[in-house]
Design a protein around this ligand. Structure first.
Ligand code: C2E
Ligand code: MG
Ligand code: MG
Length: 680
């Protein structure tokens, strides 16, 4: 055997072994890293190995058996070599696509490309089956066309990988892309050689040095792939580490820093502020009545709203400030450098105003307000915990002040917070131990003086502090949710009481109970009232529920729905304290209201303030046009009574006729006056 043949055989052998080694290496890597492009390249190398066997087999048949081109010993290896050569290019392209796009090639698309590539390989082996074909023609079909086509593929892949190289660091991708480009160039050269040889009809030689260069380039491609893979893996690991870190220190839903990160940054900012003798502000934000939105519209809407709210808050602050989600609908803000307290107040104001713009979520316009507490370093605390706690306390104060505002921390707030907490605990106990009682205040026909109704007003018989009016505890009961059991007790007790009186006293009257907003948001309200009415056996029309404008507005849709349900039970509805809230005429029209209770603040000044007098007159006539009855509240003087009566006010209620009194006193009063409280 000539030396040249041995060298050529060795070269093929080396190519084959390289391809085989790469196949197994990539298989191993794939098992370890599960990267689909590795898998695709593994197939590519396997195809190269098979193709090399085909080429070697064909050559061996030519030199050792000297068989004719059409002989199966030449045809079959040629077919195998060609089909797998094309397949290997297809797999290489898939892998590169996967690597560049970060998206595995889908089998359905891949299948057709593979079939096409394989068919092309088979088709271009066909010149073998024709006896007229020249060696140069066969060479062109097999190697020339392959060279041309694959050079395009290699160049494309090489360039694509070169481009991604800019986005990722490491040398693997560079080596890979350069090797691919070199290989492309080489293939192109082979294609050109094949074309140039065609006229002569003689198959061009494949000089040995080229085939060694081929081997070198192949090895570099393999090396590049492995390096790229390892670099990719390292990058993925560091991204994963970053993500883990991000997850640990950020809120998953809003992407904002979480409590630990906020506290961390606060510690650092405090140290800096301390050194530089600067002020720093911590803001504590709570969305008002967010729970209502969550409860009535669902968590998806709630989450979307939270996300948009977080985004808006973030846009209200500067680069170096931190907005964190503390949990639920609570956010905290760290403003590391402020000149004066007003700077923090300005930001608080800006946030309040920004969040007021309605949010569009799922086709709804959601209105939300915010309460913010502000604590300043150094006056309001020198450590992170104290600052946050004091900002929180100030936020509660903002809630107490009617929400939708901000409050600066003041030291006496802690005392108030402690008192509130104490009261809440006591209130819990009071509910269990029946310390609640109801007083009743008569509502009279303005003209005749006949008692037409009684309003139930709650009192707390506190063991140490005596009889407490609702102003002392209703808001705490609302915040703590205790208003729900308390409210249920009020409704039942009032219904039972009126039933007793209706049996004992021989004139008809209604009973009015006050409902707070929180009760309205409670799912069971209607069924609570229904069963109270059924259990006590009162006529539903002798029960009137009083609801204030502001509580009705809190969740107008839900309120409207529940009011309609109550209405359908036959229960009467009164709008309490009319004139102190939004006084929206629209709601007056929409809500199924029977009675309007004119707030006592108007009645109080009706004799001295011409404007109040005008308002009272106007509200009465407007109400009548809407078919509503009007109650004048807080009537204390005969003159006020007289004025209301003249203006056509239907009913009156006030100290002039009777203070709210315990049941037995009211009963005595009603008996002695035979149900009429106007002396003639
Ligand atoms: P409201 O429903 O507007 O009740 C009328 C309030 O005005 C009562 O105060 C009553 O004592 C007072 N009042 C009556 N006549 C006069 C008068 O001539 N002059 C003056 N200055 N005041 C008069 P009270 O009992 O302290 O109740 C205050 C508020 O507490 C009530 O306002 C009502 O909104 C709420 N409330 C009372 N009981 C309950 C209850 O059982 N549940 C709920 N959720 N709220 C209640
Ligand atoms: Mg009332
Ligand atoms: Mg009132």
């Amino acid at each position: 055997m000539p030396d040249l043949e041995i060298a050529a055989g060795l070269s093929f052998m080396a190519q084959f072994v390289t391809a085989l080694v790469m196949t197994f290496l990539l298989l191993g890597f794939y098992r370890q890293y599960r990267k689909t492009y590795v898998y695709e390249w593994m197939y590519g190398w396997a195809a190269i190995a098979v193709s090399e066997v085909g080429i070697a087999g064909g050559r061996w048949a030519v030199t050792n058996l000297a068989v004719a081109p059409l002989h199966p010993f030449r045809l079959v290896p040629a077919l195998v070599a060609n089909v797998f050569a094309y397949l290997s290019v297809a797999w290489l392209v898939f892998g590169a696509y996967d690597l560049v796009r970060r998206r595995p090639v889908r089998l359905r698309e891949a299948k057709w490309l593979l079939i096409t590539a394989g068919a092309l390989g088979a088709l271009l082996t066909l010149p073998y089956t024709s006896a007229e074909s020249t060696a140069a023609g066969r060479y062109l079909a097999r190697f020339g066309v392959y060279g041309m086509l694959s050079s395009i593929a290699f160049a494309g892949v090489g360039i694509a990988i070169w481009r991604t190289r800019k986005r990722r660091d490491g040398v693997g991708l560079a080596v890979l892309s350069l090797a691919l480009l070199a290989h492309g160039a080489q293939q192109f050269r082979e294609g050109v050689v094949a074309v140039l040889a065609l006229p002569s009809g003689v198959r061009p030689d494949m000089p040995l040095q080229w085939s060694f260069l081929d081997l070198l380039v192949h090895s570099l491609i393999g090396l590049g792939m492995i390096a790229a893979l390892l670099e990719d893996e390292r990058e993925a690991a560091s991204i994963a580490a970053d993500q883990v870190e991000h997850l640990a220190y950020h809120d998953a839903m809003t992407g904002l820093p979480n409590r630990p990160l906020f506290m961390d940054r606060l510690i650092i900012a405090l140290a800096q502020a301390n050194r530089a003798n600067q002020k720093l502000a911590v803001l504590f934000l709570d969305l008002d009545r967010f729970k209502n939105i969550n409860d009535s519209l669902g968590h998806t809407v709630g989450d979307t709203l939270l996300k948009s709210a977080a985004e808006r808050v973030r846009r209200c602050v500067r680069e170096g400030d931190t907005v964190a989600r503390f949990g639920g609908d609570e956010f905290t803000l760290l403003i590391p450098r402020i000149e004066k307290v007003e700077d923090a107040a300005k930001i608080a104001n800006k946030i309040i105003e920004t969040l007021k713009i309605p949010f569009q979520v799922g086709g709804l316009d959601l209105f939300i307000t915010t309460s913010i507490g502000v604590a300043i370093f150094p006056p309001d605390g020198s450590d992170p915990e104290t600052l946050v706690r004091n900002a929180d306390t100030a936020m509660y104060r903002a809630k107490d002040q009617g929400r939708d505002n901000y409050q600066l921390y003041a030291p006496d707030m802690n005392a108030q917070a402690a008192e509130r907490l104490g009261l809440e605990n006591e209130l819990r106990r009071a509910v269990r131990q029946n310390e609640m009682l109801l007083h009743y205040q008569p509502i009279l026909d303005a003209a005749s003086g006949a008692v037409v109704g009684l309003e139930a007003l709650i009192r707390w018989q506190h063991p140490e502090r005596g009889l407490l009016p609702p102003a002392h505890f209703i808001s705490i009961a609302e915040v703590s949710g205790l208003i729900v059991p308390i409210g249920e007790w009020v409704i039942r007790t009032a219904c039972r009481q009126v039933r007793q009186w209706q049996k004992k006293l021989d004139f008809p009257f209604t009973i009015a109970v006050n409902l707070s907003a929180r009760q309205f948001q409670h799912a069971d309200l209607v069924s609570q009232i229904r069963s109270a009415v059924i259990d006590t056996g009162i006529d539903p029309s002798s029960l009137e529920v009083e609801i204030t404008e502001s509580s009705a507005m809190q969740n107008a849709e839900n309120t409207l729905f529940k009011l309609r349900e109550l209405k359908s039970l036959g229960i009467r509805i009164a709008m309490d304290d009319f004139g102190t809230g939004y006084s929206s005429l629209n709601y007056l029209k929409q809500f199924p209201i029977d009675t309007l209770k004119l707030d006592q603040s108007f009645v109080k000044d009706v004799m001295t303030d011409a404007r109040d007098a005008a308002i009272v007159g106007a509200v009465i006539s407007m109400s009548h046009r809407l078919g509503l009855k009007v109650v004048g509240e807080g009537v204390e003087t005969p003159a006020q009574h007289e004025y209301l009566r003249r203006e056509g006010c239907d009913f009156v209620q006030g100290y002039l006729f009777s203070h709210p009194k315990p049941p037995d006193e009211i009963e005595m009063l009603l008996r002695s006056r035979k149900g009429n409280l106007i002396e003639r």
